[in-house]
Ligand binder design. Structure first.
Ligand SMILES: *Cc1c(COP(=O)(O)O)cnc(C)c1O
Length: 478
């Protein structure tokens, strides 16, 4: 019988022996006996499979231990980690939306490490209100009487509807029944809140008298929803906020505006398109206005609700508010971001989200030109790199059709001996496999990297050799 006919076998050090060696290596001290044992078992099992298939070398304790240590360290790495967002979408929901200013992350760290006065009134020594830490700033920046906050804007809308319109009708224009990111749909939120949707008008035209005719004793409130991610153009008409607010006021019904992005300042002063501000909505007569903390506001994920004091008090008494309340880290971050708006002249430096959105094309082009040679060198023979002009999007539903002139790199795979048939998919995958993954935009024949949001040039360049290694070592084309 030839050796090939028999299953290959080789003595493997016992798990007990490996555990003793692991203890000498300090692994048990670092990771705990159970975790080390289970890592060793997995490594030995993988080795057995590989050996049976003829791939693995004979087992030796040192190699198995090293593999187990590598696995334990990888397991303990947080799965959630920084990436380079070079997609060209600045406020990218899948990539965590707004980058926070250092002042906000410092504030988070200070309260996260220990106890803080989250719901404690330092003046009177009694129980306090967690919203109080940001309410004054929200009122000052929006002109509202009162404010509260929950985990995100979807939660804000849910809380408002379920507090003011449970079992009642909510009047909304047919042109505003939006879906945002597939998971937030106005009709679904209505149903969840126990409210009945009462559509008025048509997709392209809704007049004040449409709202007027729809109001009845069954109505809970009228709502306007910012059509965040689309724009209706052509033969259109929309009742103004003032008109709807006036109609609602006569009937004693609340008028609610879901602004979505809600920039706290007029962005036109920064050369960006105008986006309706909460202050404008409040001034036009909205009784409650809801908006996100991590879209154009540039803060942490949160849903902010500003407006009439009596209505905010009702929201705060709803048990749902307890379920949707923000944690201390969110409140700390927001408490550091809101004061930046008191000095709008400096905001494009102090608020990173705005700094990215207002970054001039020539600066992005200069950055691109600086890193092009390093990228070209790393990809030499594998892909060509060319500096291009491109367009960034604001993202998160703000100005869906307005684009920001930007610059970046177009990486186009070439066929060569070193990487036969390198595909766009494989190039994009290698970029994602880097220590700090690079997320670009895959097109038909190339990967485009929009350099607007490249904050850390050094780290980007430092990992380029690793990109080359990934592309040349891996043999199976992706
Ligand atoms: C983004 C958006 C929401 C959802 O806000 P989140 O903070 O993502 O929960 C709701 N309404 C509108 C109009 C939006 O643009």
């Amino acid at each position: 019988m030839s050796a090939d006919a028999q299953p290959r076998s080789s003595p493997v050090p016992s798990i007990e022996r490996l555990l003793q060696a692991a203890a000498r290596r300090g692994l048990i001290e670092s990771f705990g006996r159970n975790a080390v044992r289970s890592a060793l078992r997995s490594v030995v099992e993988e080795w057995r499979v590989g050996f049976r298939e003829g791939a693995a070398e004979p087992a030796e304790a040192h190699g198995l231990l090293a593999a187990a240590e590598h696995r334990l360290m990888a397991e303990c790495e947080p799965q959630l980690r920084p990436v380079f967002n070079l997609t060209g979408t600045v406020l990218h929901t899948n990539l965590g939306r707004a980058p926070l200013p250092r002042a906000a992350t410092d504030a988070v760290a200070r309260v996260a490490l220990g106890a803080c006065n989250l719901e404690f009134d330092l003046e009177g020594g009694a129980r306090g209100d967690r919203d109080a830490h940001v309410e004054e700033w929200l009122c000052r920046l929006t002109g509202a009487e009162a404010a509260t906050l929950v985990n995100n804007n979807a939660a804000a809308v849910l809380l408002v509807l379920s507090t003011l319109a449970r079992g009642k009708e909510v009047v909304v224009s047919r042109g505003e029944l939006v879906e945002i990111g597939g998971s937030f749909r106005i009709p679904d939120i209505m149903r969840q809140a126990g409210a009945k949707l009462r559509e008025v008008g048509t997709t392209n035209r809704t007049h004040a008298q449409d709202y007027e005719a729809a109001l009845s004793p069954r109505t809970g409130l009228a709502m306007r929803v910012h059509p965040s991610n689309y724009r209706i153009e052509g033969f259109t008409a929309l009742a103004s906020d003032d008109a709807i607010a006036g109609i609602c006021r006569l009937r004693g019904l609340p008028f609610v505006v879901d602004l979505g992005s809600g920039s706290l300042i007029d962005l036109e002063r920064f050369g960006l398109p105008h986006e309706r501000t909460p202050r404008e909505a409040v001034a036009a007569g909205a009784d409650l206005v809801t908006f996100s903390g991590d879209k154009l506001l540039g803060g942490p994920q949160a849903g902010l609700i500003v407006g009439r004091r009596d209505l905010v008090a009702l929201l705060k008494r709803n048990p749902l508010k307890r379920a949707l309340r923000c944690d201390k880290m969110t409140i700390a971050a927001l408490g550091a971001v809101l004061p930046l708006f008191a000095y709008p002249e400096r905001l494009s430096e102090t608020l990173p989200a705005l700094a990215l959105l207002t970054c001039p094309e020539r600066d992005i082009a200069a950055l691109t030109a600086r890193i092009l040679p390093d990228v070209a060198r790393a990809l030499d023979g594998l892909a060509t790199a060319a500096a291009i002009t491109c367009c960034s999007q604001i993202g998160s539903g703000a100005f869906p059709t307005d684009l920001l002139p930007s610059a970046g790199l177009r990486l186009s795979p070439v066929r060569s001996r070193t990487a036969p048939g390198l595909s766009v998919q494989r190039l994009a995958r290698a970029l994602r496999q880097l220590p700090t993954p690079v997320i670009g935009r895959s097109e038909k024949r190339s990967v485009v990297l929009d350099m607007r949001c490249l904050a850390d040039e050094e780290t980007f360049i430092a990992q380029l050799p690793a990109l080359r290694t990934l592309l040349t070592q891996e043999t199976n084309p992706g």
